[in-house]
Design a protein around this ligand. Structure first.
Ligand code: ARG
Length: 586
């Protein structure tokens, strides 16, 4: 149930104490995988100074005190004072046997915490852009992983569903008619709808000769006032806009296999009722003050050019609330009502300043206690091959749906080439699974805060660090079991590790539990992606070098089948935590 590193740490610790005396019981040895052995222990170098002995001498004493007969084939001092450990295959096999017997594949359940995760958060009547794609994909993987670790994840889709643009959007909807093709754009190409409304509105702003366009501008402004006043007809129209956008969001979510549902919507508008009280409370506590007509929070440490303090504005001079006000409401709600232990905000990196100001304000107001940890999971940019933010050739923002369709089409070409023997409908399913998987994996395999270049051809390739390469492992194992008419889930036999490639694969399989826990601690799904990529490589090397069905001895065949079955379990579980499907065949 534990990886070798975790299993060994206590043994190494007590050896240090035995060799150097009780003062060193708390020594914290570093154990890491090594090129020359299975594990290298780095403890002697740090301890040498304290003990007053040469590092190699300290290492030798620790080695003498280490009782690893049942664990290691060799224990050696190396270099300036490292200790190299080479495990015995039977120890590895024993550890792996425990993982094999564990339905959770070595992933240990953690004490349940409440963890709201704010992710995706597209805006009503606007296209989801690739930035939204990334927060959606990363956030969903974190939600899946933390849930798998035993936490109570509360998905919070903070959609942009309120604000001044709704005046013009509502009037435009009224102009075109709800059953018109233009209104359909809200579902198929929301940006086009938004732009059409914007053009009318801006045209009017430029004070063109009076006419219908000028009227539009006046109507739009009046509409905002009615919306804010809660006029029932206006609210009904607003709801229609939101509902149409929901159809669009849900279409993207279902195409992408995202776990968000309508129950997870907690958009800006949900906080309308509390904003006035929230501002009043901050003002009463002396945290917010009126400056130039706007209600502002000035915090220590936030200064702009020439040391001028930068405020968090929470009520504009026209009385309207803004992004800062609603985000104060989010943290308050998540702490007080959702009883959060940690709160994740999976949001673009440029919003770091905004979030820090919101959290500091909340701390000052007593809404964010020290034991609740807010985390900004920063999302980096997606670039085009010109290394600028990804756009279409004409410079317009990309339509996300068109991008996903293109990914599936490219995957279709790949699968048509490799598996022309398969049925048309089967190929269509596989193309969808690997095309979408490719896009998601490209996002998840790089650090979430780094930039990456969006390159569909590379993403859908069957070789290299790609989603399809990992999915192919699953398809391969399925095909082995299909040949013998068995279910991988039913394969359990004693594990024997005779060959180096078996041993290497087994050692890697032992690390799954640790890496999943690490993702839960660091919020970095790319660690799991990297682990699975290495697993795929270890499996390929094993499969090329160790015959499975043609193994000479029956117990070797059974053991290898069991290794394959465990690879299948770990890979499908891992892919599922990333949010990728596992195709039946490829
Ligand atoms: N709707 C915002 C945008 O599109 C993202 C909101 C993120 N969540 C939050 N609580 N501020 O940029």
């Amino acid at each position: 149930m534990v990886s070798p590193l975790v299993a060994l740490t206590p043994k190494v610790q007590s050896a240090i104490a035995a060799a150097l005396g009780d003062d060193f019981r708390e020594a914290d040895p570093v154990l890491r995988p090594s090129q020359f052995a299975d594990v290298q222990v780095n403890a002697a170098l740090a301890l040498a100074k304290k003990v007053g002995l040469p590092p190699r001498e300290v290492a030798a004493r620790i080695v003498d005190a280490l009782d690893l007969d049942d664990v290691c084939d060799s224990v050696e001092v190396s270099g300036p004072g490292f200790i190299n450990l080479t495990f015995s295959s039977s120890w590895i096999a024993g550890l792996l046997q425990d993982v094999e017997a564990d339905e959770r594949n070595g992933v240990v359940l953690q004490a349940t915490q409440n963890i709201p995760i704010d992710y995706s958060a597209p805006n009503v009547a606007k296209e989801m852009h690739v930035g939204h794609l990334r927060t959606t994909v990363v956030g969903d993987s974190l939600a899946r992983t933390l849930e798998h670790l035993g936490h109570h994840v509360i998905r919070q889709n903070h959609i942009g569903d309120w604000g001044t643009p709704f005046g013009m959007l509502i009037e435009h909807l009224l102009d075109v008619g709800r059953d018109s093709e233009e209104a359909d754009l809200l579902v198929t190409d929301p940006n086009a709808f938004y732009q059409a409304a914007r053009v009318k509105f801006d045209g009017a702003d430029k004070a063109e000769p009076a006419g219908s366009e000028g009227d539009f501008n006046v109507r739009a402004r009046t509409r905002v006032v009615k919306l804010q006043a809660g006029d029932p007809d206006t609210l009904a129209l607003w709801r229609e806009l939101v509902d149409l956008s929901k159809i669009y969001f849900n279409k993207i979510y279902s195409t992408l296999g995202i776990t968000l549902t309508d129950d997870d919507l907690a958009g800006e508008s949900t906080y309308n009722e509390v904003l006035a009280d929230l501002c009043a409370e901050l003002e009463a506590k002396g945290i917010a003050t009126v400056s130039d007509g706007a209600l502002c929070v000035f915090l220590d440490g936030y200064t702009g050019r020439e040391g001028k303090p930068v405020p968090l504005i929470i009520r504009k001079s026209d009385g309207g609330y803004n992004y800062g006000t609603t985000d104060l409401a989010t943290i308050k709600h998540r702490v007080e009502d959702l009883k959060a232990h940690r709160v994740l905000y999976v949001i673009g990196a440029p919003q770091a300043l905004h979030l820090n100001m919101v959290w500091d304000t909340a701390r000052k107001a007593g809404w964010l206690p020290d034991d609740v940890v807010p985390v900004h999971v920063q999302i980096g940019n997606v670039l085009g091959d010109d290394r600028k933010i990804l756009k279409t050739r004409s410079g317009k923002p990309l339509r996300l749906m068109a991008l996903l369709d293109e990914a599936v089409e490219k995957a279709r070409t790949v699968i048509d080439g490799t598996r022309p023997d398969l049925d048309e409908t089967v190929r269509a399913t596989i193309a969808r699974q690997i095309g979408i998987g490719a896009v998601k994996y490209a996002d998840l395999s790089v650090a979430h805060d780094s930039e990456y270049v969006f390159d569909l051809d590379r993403m859908v390739a069957l070789t290299g660090n790609t989603g399809p390469y990992l999915q192919y492992v699953v398809a391969r194992v399925r095909s082995i079991f299909r040949q013998i008419g068995l279910d991988p889930a039913a394969q359990h036999a004693p594990i024997l590790l005779g060959e180096p490639h078996e041993r290497a694969l087994a050692t890697h399989l032992l690390g799954f539990g640790d890496v999943v826990a690490e993702v839960g601690d660091t919020y970095e799904p790319h660690r799991l992606a990297g682990y699975l990529f290495e697993l795929a490589q270890a499996f390929s090397a094993f499969y090329e070098n160790c015959p499975v069905l043609k193994a000479e001895l029956d117990e070797v065949k059974e053991s290898r089948l069991t290794l394959c079955a465990l690879v299948f379990r770990v890979m499908t579980t891992g892919l599922d935590l990333l949010g990728l499907e596992s195709p039946e065949q490829m």
